[in-house]
Design a protein around this ligand. Structure first.
Ligand code: NAD
Ligand code: DAU
Length: 334
């Protein structure tokens, strides 16, 4: 199988590339990534030079480039490429429209023209919006609240249209919050771990009682592999591990694992439009594809903490670069 992975230099995409290269000894990957602030080739050092892996720097909105890659004969596209951070989408919406909507449409159009056999759109639980009770199923209405979530929901609708109109064999996956190695330290868990390692405060938005449902990035990658091999065209699959935590519970646990004081927690102004709770029903993927999560939250959190402890130069390089300016801007905005 020859796969075009987009956004493979980011958090989940790079974990997926490592996973596929080690699990499938005859599969090949082309990684198309623009290398935005979130893309980092350091994440892929272990596969560099592998004859089954090739990196191409480029933008998924570039139809010509996408066409030239598909011309090589691609069996499947897995689209991770996105602007992925909710807080950034609140500050500047346009990059989210460009990449998440226009970029997805460019890939869909290329897949249609070059008759690609499978297209996986890596979407998110955030498209369903927030719920205080119960869990979202795949048929739940879309009700996104942040500009990021709205752009991902728009991409899901375009995928639906390409399936209904052109029978493009695509599958949409909607996963909950991931944790694991290589996550950019603007997201809650890597931000908290790296701040704690530096004995800096950990900003908690609002009352800290917002709930997220956490899954190991490795379980997400395994689920995507199941979907790639067994997913039915035109279907949507929720992916989660049913491990809900308030942000405060999570940070308390994290500081205990790290042996750092709870006094590092600092309450800050809430995120505008902050979704209270995400929760997914995963009956469909477990019954129909036979996938289930394998890592507990505690295992995944401990492994993630250890990874950041052992990869200090990776995150220090990021935190001392442009990111430092972004962080200041974000807080001065509030
Ligand atoms: P990330 O921000 O870490 O990585 C995104 C990658 O996409 C980067 O390598 C970046 O350089 C690349 N990229 C951005 N714009 C591009 C463009 N125009 N052309 C080519 N490449 C481009 O994101 P992530 O957390 O790894 O998320 C990957 C995907 O999974 C996203 O689509 C996101 O919506 C989805 N998702 C993420 C989570 C999560 O918890 N992180 C959960 C569910 C779904
Ligand atoms: O649910 C899946 C989504 O998870 C993905 O689609 C997104 O790409 C990914 O970024 C993530 O979105 P969240 O907004 O849930 O993740 P984030 O790490 O930004 O925030 C997690 C929770 O922690 C959320 O309730 C906001 C809160 N938070 C976040 C940051 C960065 C804080 O309290 N303080 C912080 O500094």
């Amino acid at each position: 199988m020859k796969i075009l992975v987009t956004g493979g230099a980011g958090f989940i995409g790079s974990n997926f590339i490592h996973y596929i290269i080690s699990e499938h000894s005859d599969w090949e990957i082309i990684n198309l990534d623009k290398l935005t602030y979130a893309g980092n080739l350091e994440n892929l050092k272990n596969v560099e030079g592998n004859p089954r892996y090739r990196f191409v720097r480029g933008d998924i909105t570039d139809g010509k480039l996408v066409g030239s890659l598909l011309q090589e004969g691609i069996d499947a596209i897995v689209n991770f490429a996105a602007e992925s951070h909710v807080d950034r989408s609140i500050l500047d919406v346009l990059p989210f429209i460009e990449t998440n909507i226009k970029g997805t449409q460019t890939l869909l159009e290329g897949a249609h023209q070059y008759k690609v056999g499978k297209f996986i759109q890596v979407s998110t639980d955030e498209v369903y919006g927030s719920t205080e009770k119960g869990k979202f199923i795949e048929e739940s209405p879309l009700s996104p609240n942040s500009p990021y979530a709205a752009s991902k929901a728009a991409a899901d609708l375009l995928c639906h249209a390409y399936w209904k109109t052109y029978q493009l064999p695509l599958v949409i996956t909607r996963c909950s919050n991931n944790l694991g190695p290589f996550q950019f330290p603007e997201k809650l868990i890597p931000l908290a771990i790296t701040n704690a390692l530096e004995d800096k405060s950990i900003p908690i938005y609002g009352d800290g009682l917002n709930i997220r449902d956490w899954i190991s990035v490795l379980d997400h990658c395994r689920a995507l592999d199941f979907v790639l091999q067994k997913g039915e065209p035109g279907e949507i699959y929720n992916i989660a591990a049913n491990q809900e935590k308030t942000n405060l519970e999570l940070i308390h646990e994290l500081l205990d694992i790290m042996g750092k004081p709870q006094s590092l927690i600092t309450f800050v102004t809430d995120r505008p439009g902050h979704d209270r709770r995400y929760a997914l029903d995963i009956t469909k993927i477990t019954r129909e594809l036979g996938w289930k999560p394998t890592y507990s939250f505690e295992q995944a959190l401990t492994a993630t903490v250890n990874w950041y402890v052992n990869h200090e130069s990776w995150w220090r390089q990021i935190k001392s670069g442009d990111y430092a300016g972004y962080y200041d801007r974000m807080y001065s905005h509030r």
